[in-house]
Write a protein that binds this ligand. Structure first.
Ligand SMILES: [Zn+2]
Length: 502
């Protein structure tokens, strides 16, 4: 979530001093009270000591029930949303209830049917749990905090199970992705290191354009895109990858866009936060999207590097910085949508609405009606607001938000949960919307070449990869009476999720 959301109703749940959590659990074995022997099958082992992992503490409530605590962002206890942990040493048909008890937010898409993600050793593709096994409610046992409980049945003893808030997208995955692009030796794709994070991770900058646009003295129309300033907002990376994949492809539209525009993309602005499994902050506990006004080269080095480059481009008479888009994910809204700025100049304001309107025509998951324009004081330090004030009337700055959960197609009530592929598709649609914006459609026919029919092959491959389902948790017996779902606000929308055949 880009922007704000720290207003009073969202400031949320107090954690209290007695809940202080230092780091992630590391192969933490939960033994029954009074048990002294070696761990047996069914004595669960929790672990979050891996990249982007997050689980701070486990309390066993009963044989079947566990309270789980999110580890707060490093150096900033206010933010507790992202979780990502493994469970192993399970017994076949072992049924459990996991309660995530210390979210820092009160509003959540869990109220609308969102469910945690799960995968396991033998089923490595992430699936969403069925919403009927997920409960979100105010819990008297936890200082009336909002608690998300989910029921699960372990079915394969040798499997390691992993649960996460949303599809993870790690720094290492991102580096491998960029490495694979580099190996393709495309003469219109350039990767450079713009800077380093506090923990010495790379701040990558990609340039995608025809080599002619990079000749000495060439005039450039630049689209600048950034992502993952908020590390827990993993959908940002999938959208960004969708944009990049499309722009480097041989699609006729991509070829025209490369001829006409220079795309500068910094897909991961907060690599330390991503690596550490933070939700919103950097290693040192800063929400980088509040520090655009005066980023420090020591404390906010990645932000400082990107801002310097943007200012330098702005001051270059040969460069026209036309768009700045910062990609985020939203924890309470459905669909994709944008935030833009408010300008005194009515014509500029109207022109700013054009890109989101065009995107709405290209992407069924993008909502123009959720798109809004504001100048709240609390958002003054965001990239969109700062650059909107710096750049002149020919530039447009947006925050692109996409739901952590689902989208509702206009004219229907069915909430379609996002998949990794659906996030990437939104990215492709963002990219192709520049063709409409610049009215470059006539140029596409000139460069069009017959494309191989890949679609069916991809479909066949996908069907082959489909994982077998997890067993239904069977909410009966000792675990069956809990939770009763009181206070749980169930969604009125239908759930259509082809990927959860439980
Ligand atoms: Zn955000």
């Amino acid at each position: 979530m880009a922007e704000g959301s720290q207003s009073a109703p969202e400031a949320g749940n107090d954690m209290g001093n007695d809940d202080a959590i230092g780091g992630n659990v590391s192969k933490y074995i939960v033994l029954p009270t009074g048990y002294c022997g070696l761990p047996k099958k069914g004595h669960l082992i929790f672990d979050a000591c891996f990249e982007s992992g997050n689980l701070g503490r486990v309390d066993q409530v009963s044989e079947f029930e566990y309270d789980l605590f999110i580890r707060p962002d490093t150096c900033n206890p206010r933010f507790r949303v992202w979780f990502n942990f493994t469970v192993e040493n399970v017994k076949e048909s072992q049924r459990v209830i996991f309660n995530i008890v210390n979210f820092s937010k009160t509003k959540s898409l869990y109220r609308d049917g969102m469910a945690p993600m799960v995968k396991s050793t033998s089923r490595p593709k992430w699936q969403r749990l069925p919403p009927k096994n997920v409960y979100y409610y105010r819990c008297p046992d936890h200082r009336k905090n909002y608690v998300m409980s989910f029921a699960f049945c372990f079915d394969r003893e040798e499997d390691i199970y992993q649960f996460a808030y949303c599809y993870p997208y790690t720094y290492t995955r991102f580096q491998h992705y960029l490495d694979s692009l580099q190996k393709r030796n495309m003469d219109y794709f350039f990767r450079e290191q713009l800077g380093q994070s506090v923990q010495q991770r790379k701040l990558d900058l990609l340039t995608i354009t025809s080599p002619e646009n990079l000749r000495e003295g060439a005039e450039q129309k630049v689209v600048f895109i950034t992502g993952r300033v908020h590390p827990g907002e993993t959908p940002s990376s999938f959208v960004c990858q969708g944009i990049i994949d499309f722009l480097v492809s041989q699609h006729p539209i991509a070829r025209v866009l490369r001829e006409y525009l220079v795309f500068k993309i910094a897909p991961m602005l907060n690599p330390d936060g991503v690596y550490l499994g933070n939700y919103r902050c950097s290693l040192m506990g800063f929400d980088l999207n509040r520090h655009w006004l005066d980023p420090s080269p020591w404390v906010h080095p990645t932000l400082h590097g990107v801002k310097q480059l943007i200012v330098q481009m702005y001051n270059d008479p040969k460069t026209s910085l036309e768009f700045y888009i910062d990609i985020h994910a939203h924890s309470t809204m459905m669909n994709g949508f944008m935030y833009g700025n408010i300008f005194e100049d009515e014509e500029r304001f109207q022109r700013q609405a054009i890109f989101p309107k065009l995107l709405c025509q290209n992407a069924e998951d993008f909502s123009y009606s959720s798109t809004s324009f504001n100048r709240d004081a609390v958002k003054a330090g965001t990239g969109r607001r700062f650059l909107g004030g710096l750049l002149d009337h020919t530039s447009y700055c947006y925050t692109l938000e996409v739901s952590f959960y689902s989208y509702i197609i206009s004219g229907t009530t069915a909430a379609v949960p996002y998949t990794e592929e659906a996030y990437m598709k939104l990215g492709r649609n963002v990219a192709r919307t520049f063709l409409d914006y610049y009215r470059l459609n006539p140029m596409v026919e000139k460069v069009a070449i017959p494309m191989p029919r890949l679609r069916n092959k991809i479909e066949v491959q996908r069907r082959k990869e489909k994982s077998p389902p997890y067993k239904h948790p069977l909410l009966r017996g000792p675990a069956g009476n809990y939770p009763n779902g009181k206070g749980d606000k169930k969604s009125s929308v239908n759930h259509k999720d082809p990927s959860t055949p439980f």
